[in-house]
Design a binder for this molecule. Sequence first.
Ligand code: DQA
Length: 144
Amino acid sequence: MPKRILIINGPNLNLLGLREPDKYGLQTLESVNDDIAAEAAKLELEVGFFQSNSEGALVTAVQDAFYSDDTYDGIILNAGAYTHYSIALRDAISAIKIPVIEVHISNVHAREEFRHTSVIAPVCSGTIIGFGTKGYKLALHSFL
Ligand code: DQA
């Protein structure tokens, strides 16, 4: 059975392609997800997609990936700005027993000081930062 990986994108990532293209590129989220799906097919992984601007909805998606009838073997998570302060999201990641890979499109360490801290990094299995939207596809390889 192929491993099932859930791709979760947080706040404002629905605006990819429109939002600050100098930082996040010109690709829409739909097009990024198409690329991820194509890479996943090559790697014989199954993928699901979820995006929300709401912290609670993201917490529930993380929980459900492990504690529901529709479970996954891992999560690739770009939590957007929640990365920097959501203890609720961190606790949800701690509560599940599948690996979570943190992804950031931009190099957060080359940006404002407040983006240098990730409250979720210590409870994630690994982090991919600054490789553009390609980062999601790179993260898929960690599940092979
Ligand atoms: C981001 C970086 C965050 O600091 C920012 O709030 C985002 C996107 C990234 O992918 O580079 O929304 O997670």
